[in-house]
Design a protein around this ligand. Structure first.
Ligand code: F6P
Length: 323
């Protein structure tokens, strides 16, 4: 028999557009299924501090269109310690939490797995603009972030064309180049530099720019992922070698904000509802995910052991299209 009566939801790690849609779906489908639903503020930090309140249907009204997370988020160093985990478990007991829904990235899921090993029922919902969670094709916030980057690329392109310049744009992704590769393809970049791949500045950046100029190009775009960094230095180097005026732009946190796109709102709603469905059916310790375009759920241990790499097809395509 399913013993779960009270579930709690938190958002953790970097915020991502679409997290609110997921919180809303967890709360509303949770109440619909007869659960008591608690909201934990500020991620695992809030669990440690007992910053927890009961959610009602109306607690999540008017949030689906908002970026960020209404529950707020944090990266907690105390929680990552054995003492922190024990404290989290005893606070969960104080609030009679039978299951925890964690909306966040890989680091947040590792925290959920640690709690699961201490006996907590957990469900993970992938939420990070980086799209770097191995068990799923899609993470909440990815689509909105890419649209924000693309809007910036189109604007930079206008001024770059007018001045016949080269632009080097640094986009988010410390370890993952998903935003970089897709936005580079969609924005028509001459070169895309990813944290997953070694690069040679002359071969991969300078030569494609010079070749482009010889073919009559009027402006140039280089996308550099945050994990590679050094956009300003790369810009200086390009200018020195090509004599093309080159400017660097670091997009930064603008990529994490903004109203979620329809994709992120619908994905957040579906993933949130699936999390509750798992708990209602007694399938605990799962990560809900999208695979081959379909909503699925995967054992959390298995999910965390998976690896994700950028498709060579995308990398090759980006090179051909830059010709
Ligand atoms: O994981 C999302 C992300 O925005 C990464 O792209 C970036 O490297 C990181 O978070 C920044 O984290 P913080 O908010 O701690 O500076």
């Amino acid at each position: 028999m399913n013993q779960i009566k009270t579930i709690a939801v938190l958002t953790s790690g970097g915020d991502a557009p679409g997290m609110n849609a997921a919180v809303r779906a967890v709360v509303r489908t949770g109440i619909y299924n007869g659960f008591k639903v608690l909201g934990i503020n500020k991620g695992y930090e809030g669990l440690l501090n007992g910053d927890i309140e009961e959610m009602q249907l109306r607690s999540v009204g008017d949030i689906i269109q908002r970026g960020g997370t209404v529950l707020q988020t944090a990266r907690s160093s105390e929680f990552a310690t054995p003492a922190g985990l024990e404290k989290a478990m005893s606070m969960a007991k104080v609030f009679s939490i039978d299951a925890l829904v964690v909306i966040g990235g890989d680091g947040s899921f590792r925290g959920a797995k640690d709690l699961c090993e201490l006996g907590m029922n957990v469900i993970g919902i992938p939420g990070t603009i980086d799209n770097d969670i191995a068990c799923t094709e899609y993470t909440l916030g990815y689509d909105t972030a890419m649209n924000t980057v693309l809007d910036a690329i189109d604007k930079i392109r206008d001024t770059s064309y007018s001045h016949e310049r080269c632009s080097v744009l640094e986009v988010m992704g410390r370890k993952a180049g998903w935003i970089a590769i897709n936005c580079g393809i969609a924005g028509g970049a001459e070169a895309i530099i990813l944290p997953e791949k070694e690069f040679d500045i002359d071969k991969d950046i300078v030569i494609p720019i010079i070749d482009g100029r010889n073919r009559g190009k009027k402006h140039y775009l280089v996308i550099v992922a945050e994990g590679v960094g050094g956009a300003v230095d790369i810009a200086k180097y390009i200018e020195e070698k090509t004599q093309i005026t080159t400017r660097a732009t670091i997009l930064g946190y603008i990529q994490r904000g903004g109203s979620p796109t329809i994709t992120d709102r619908v994905m957040g709603s579906r993933l949130g509802a699936r999390a509750i469905q798992c708990l209602a059916e007694g399938r605990n310790n799962r990560v809900v995910a999208i695979n081959d375009g379909k909503l699925v759920d995967i054992d959390i241990m298995e999910a965390l052991s998976m690896k994700k790499t950028i498709d060579n097809e995308l990398i090759n395509l980006s090179k051909i299209l830059a010709l």
